[in-house]
Structures are given as structure tokens and as C-alpha cells.
Design a protein around this ligand. Sequence first.
Ligand code: NDP
Ligand code: 8X3
Length: 253
Amino acid sequence: MEKKIACITGATSGIGWSTAIHLAKAGFAIIACGRRIERLEELAKVLPPETPYKYLSFDVRDQAAVNQAFESLPMEWQEIEVLINNAGNAHGLDTIDQGDVEDWDSMMDINVKGLLYVSRKVIPGMVDRKSGQVINIGSIAGKEVYPKGNVYCASKYAVDALTKSMRVDLNPYGIKVMGVHPGAVETEFSLVRFKGDSDRASGVYNGFDPLTADDVAEIIAFAVTRPRHVVMADVLLLPLAQASATVFNRNQT
Ligand code: NDP
Ligand code: 8X3
């Protein structure tokens, strides 16, 4: 492959979708991952036409499926230079005494274990080649807790800890490890958190301009195109109206 390869999980929607487009525009070949195959096929149509493109459909919770997907890549697609660990969601918003255990399992399995399964398949190649970049998408929820955020926050604190640990473990190999931690971004995120309740989901962004997926993708594209010696290690990205995990100026618009 002439172009460097970027692999993006959670590329069927939101931040992952926009990141695939921005990295393709920056000259990368794209491997897009997600469960919804029709979206992965749709993505091919909106990338710059010269973009080499492959998609892998799997559930990040299924370690065997993750392994099989990456092992299915043809030789010319195996040298992944950039890994964007983005797949993830919140499921539910309840106090700790009332949380749904299935929601808890989903968040830990997807946001933490899924990230690990994908990383375990992709990072050894980077170590062998002594080259690569990993960006983990955390959240402001991995920097501060908020009421009813409990398990989602825990999953994102884990992403932050793993990001820092990866940076340490991979330091001898010249692999860049970065954490991008957004505040409120309007994507399908809240629709998933509130299980399809669109009124409740859109209410999250009432009265202010949230970040867009493109806003986050632009930062990711900037981070991965820095000179070799520069690492944007940790970025907290907020909309103007958001001052912390809980403080919003909802009279902004
Ligand atoms: P979206 O809901 O729009 O996108 C989530 C993506 O994750 C989809 O592509 C989805 O693909 C994928 N995904 C979810 N579950 C699985 C699974 N089990 N297996 C494989 N892929 C999965 O949300 P965002 O774009 O907003 O979220 C992207 C990341 O950003 C997440 O890690 C989220 O926690 C984080 N984030 C989001 C913020 C926000 O306010 N929106 C703020 C801070 C961080 P598919 O369903 O096709 O499998
Ligand atoms: C998504 C942002 O504040 O809903 O990670 O947790 S928040």
C-alpha cells in the first residue's frame, strides 16, 4: 500500500464517520470498522474517490470476531499505521443503586474490553515496525464524574488510564499514543444512551451549540499529521458553553 493506513473503530456514525473522511482527505488509506454494514458501504461513497478503502464488520465485544476480522485483512492492508479506538457509547443514565446491569456490562465490554481486543490485534504490528500512532477517544467523563454517569465515567476513566499506560509501554518503540477527550458532541450518542428516545436525546443539547463530529475529527486529523517528534498527548475539547462535566451555559443560543 502506497498510502499509510488508518483504522477507525466506530466509523459507522458520529466521530468515527467524520474521522474516516478527514483522514482520507489527509491522504490515508482507510479501514473502517463497525457493526452496521450498510453504513460501512455508504461511507465508501463519501470518501475522496482516490481513497483505498476496506471495511471490517464486527462487534468489539466479541474477541473471536475481532481477531478474525483483522486476520482476514489482505497482506497489503496489514500495516496499520494509525489506530483510532473510537467505538463506544453510554447506555442509560441512572444512579448507582438503580443502574441496569446489562447496561453496565455493555459499557465495560464495549468501551474498555473492546478497545483492548482491537489494540491487542493491531499494536503488535506497530511494535514490530517500530512505528505507529494510537488515538483513544476518551471523554470529559473520563476526567470528571457527573451525577448518574457512574459506570460510563468508570469506563472512560479506564480509557484514560489505558492511554497513559500505552504511552509508557510503547515508548521504547517510538509509537505515539494520544487521548482525545470531548465534551458534548451531537451525534447518535445520546440516542443510544436513551435507547431511541429522540426527545430526551435532543434535550441534552438544548440552549447551546454542542461540538460536531467534524470538530473532533479535525483535531484528530491535526494530531496524526504532526511531525514525527511531536505528540499531542492529551486533548480536552469542549464546546464554548461547557465549562466542566456539569456546568453548561444553556442561554448561549
Ligand atoms: P455514535 O453513537 O454516533 O457512534 C458510536 C460508534 O461506535 C458507532 O459507529 C457504533 O457502530 C460503534 N459501536 C458501538 N457499539 C459497538 C460495538 N459493540 N461493536 C462495534 N462498534 C460499536 O457516538 P459518538 O460518535 O459520539 O461516539 C464515539 C466515541 O466518542 C465513543 O467512544 C464515545 O464514548 C465518545 N464520546 C462521545 C461524546 C459525545 O458527546 N457524543 C463525548 C465524549 C466522548 P455500530 O453501531 O455500527 O456498531
Ligand atoms: C460523552 C459526554 O458528558 O455525556 O462522553 O459523558 S458526556
